[in-house]
Design a binder for this molecule. Sequence first.
Ligand SMILES: Nc1nc2c(c(=O)[nH]1)N[C@H]1C(S)=C(S)[C@@H](COP(=O)(O)O)O[C@H]1N2
Ligand SMILES: [Mo]
Length: 221
Amino acid sequence: MPEDQSPVGRMMAKLVATKEKWAREGRALTDHPTGTPPDRLPPGQHEVKNWPVLDLGVRPHIDLATWSLVVDGLVALPLVWDWTTFQAQPQIDDVSDIHCVTTWSRFDNQWRGVSARHLLAQVNPLPEAQFLVFHAYDGYTTNLPLSAFDDGDVLLAHSWNGAPLTIEHGGPVRVIVPKLYFWKSTKWINRIEFTVEDRLGFWEQRGYHAFGDPWSEQRYG
Ligand SMILES: Nc1nc2c(c(=O)[nH]1)N[C@H]1C(S)=C(S)[C@@H](COP(=O)(O)O)O[C@H]1N2
Ligand SMILES: [Mo]
């Protein structure tokens, strides 16, 4: 095809050349290194390499000798685990991404701990149990459907990237719910309560979404 030398033709050629250059350079794909599908980042999020700390400002120091996890409410077999009993449970490793409602995401976090499904098998939720409330040592609470907790990538994590979780990130044990915004991933967990109704947690009472799916941007409301 002969080159169109009209003003519009020259402008189009320049535009196409620019777009071709961008495509070669991977313009606007800078958040996605080679091998990372662009759809790994939910809408409105950007990738960070550090790990920001967000909480209510109270970071409880919990002695492992007195640490405990209570699981109660609508379950057939309520339990209390001390540290030794918690450590004696089967352990899983899972790698997942963090999506914080404040728009940062952090890829490839390596968690180790006790899976939610193992916990569910120990307590045997009653048929009327539809939701959970996590309670933490700092007074924080958050809610989610039992169906979201009953997932292969949900765990009670004590380690991150091969080292014990630091206090600021929720050690000795925090919940990890990778498919929901990170405010659902309760730090310093000490009680999991099974409920019939969806009882809103700390941020949910203050306007955050009851469910919090990052892929449909359920940030508020
Ligand atoms: N116990 C407790 N868990 C908590 C919070 C909190 O204040 N207390 N903040 C939540 C919020 S809003 C976020 S974004 C994440 C932050 O976790 P990080 O500090 O490890 O990044 O923890 C969540 N879990
Ligand atoms: Mo948050």
